[in-house]
Design a protein around this ligand. Structure first.
Ligand code: PEP
Ligand code: MN
Length: 340
């Protein structure tokens, strides 16, 4: 249940009302104070709450019952967009277009440094690269692990780009201490123990959509992280399993406006894993920007043919130059269109 508070209500009146709600109905009350309005979100069993009683209270403007099981990720509880700001100043969800680019896997120092410099020059705002890789086959390259993390940090030092990399186990959280954004991959979207632990840290989490997950399941996974106190969640649509085999996955672009209506969290799109084909990345990246995504995640490799993972979907740095230029131009155009 959410309760919209009347304008002009004093802090004392609000605090008294909240205590009454908590004591009378045994619910937890979350407060969201916006510029124009104050909204209370009631968490717990609200079935016994008498709506007439609530409406009769002097401080109440109106109330709404929320059907969705997610509260903290719900836009009804938090009408303004969440903007995630890194300690280094970069913002996600503020209307700018964030571009996370880099190889699927960190392979060696020369490779990651070269790709980092090239994507930065093209306009990327974050460097991505996998050190711990979730591979379908146990015999496939599993990543450079801790050495990969060190190489990413080296590339960050060289370029100044914050780093985004995937975590697979709870016991690695300490090792990821100096990573700027921790990615939870599609295969771990419902690794609830991992999500709960990530909820206890103060670091942005990039939560990819599960291979066969509904939007509500995805938002519930975000809720797991947020329930622990970490509100810095960025969602990433990366394609879902359908009957179609022409592409690696089916990019569900409508997830972008759907997320925007259901949640206040920023949402980015990964056209690389969604299509599995380098030739399709530009078109779908542009489409994602037109659909209102807050950013993109794109795989870029110095030598895609010889990449140790996901070569077929990786752009060369030259191809990325073109894609970055086009998406940034379209992003500006979209702003003009929306202002018109
Ligand atoms: C990745 O980003 O390299 C990755 C493995 O992505 P996903 O979890 O979306 O498959
Ligand atoms: Mn990949």
């Amino acid at each position: 249940m959410i309760i919209v508070i009347k304008q002009g209500v004093t802090k004392e009146q609000l605090s008294l009302f909240k205590t009454t709600l908590e004591e009378r109905f045994h619910v937890k009350v979350n407060t969201w104070e916006g510029v124009e309005s104050t909204v209370l979100g009631l968490i717990g069993d609200t079935t016994s709450i008498d709506e007439d009683w609530v409406n009769a209270q002097e401080v109440v403007e109106n109330l709404r019952r929320v059907q969705e099981p997610y509260k903290k990720a719900n836009r009804k509880f938090h009408p303004d967009n969440t903007i995630i700001e890194l300690p280094t100043g970069q913002k996600i969800g503020d209307g700018s277009l964030c571009i996370m680019a880099g190889p699927c896997s960190v392979e060696n120092e020369e490779q990651i440094n070269y790709v980092a410099e090239r994507v930065k020059a093209a306009g990327a705002t974050f460097l991505r690269g996998g050190a711990f890789k979730p591979r379908t086959s146990p015999y496939a390259f599993q990543g450079l692990k801790a050495e990969g993390l060190d190489l990413l940090k080296g590339a960050r030092k060289l370029t100044g780009l914050p780093i985004v990399t995937e975590i697979m186990r709870v016991s690695h959280i300490d090792m990821f201490e100096s990573v700027d954004i921790i990615q939870v991959g599609a295969r771990n979207m419902q690794n609830f123990e991992l999500l709960k632990e990530l909820g206890k840290i103060d670091k942005p989490i990039l939560l990819k959509r599960g291979l066969s997950s509904t939007i509500d399941e995805w938002l519930m996974s975000a809720e797991y992280i947020m329930a622990g106190g970490n509100n810095k969640v960025i969602l990433c649509e990366r394609g879902i399993r359908t009957f179609e085999t022409a592409t690696r996955n089916t990019l569900d672009l409508s997830a972008v406006p759907v997320i925007k209506s259901k949640s206040h969290l920023p949402v980015i799109v990964d056209p690389s894993h969604a299509t599995g084909k380098a030739a399709l990345v530009e078109t779908m990246a542009l489409a994602a920007v037109a659909a209102g995504a807050d950013g993109l995640m794109i795989e870029v490799h110095n030598d895609p043919k010889h990449a140790l993972s996901d070569g077929a979907q990786s752009l060369t740095p030259d191809q990325f130059d073109t894609v970055a230029r086009k998406v940034l131009t379209l992003h500006q155009t979209m702003k003009t269109i929306h202002q018109a």
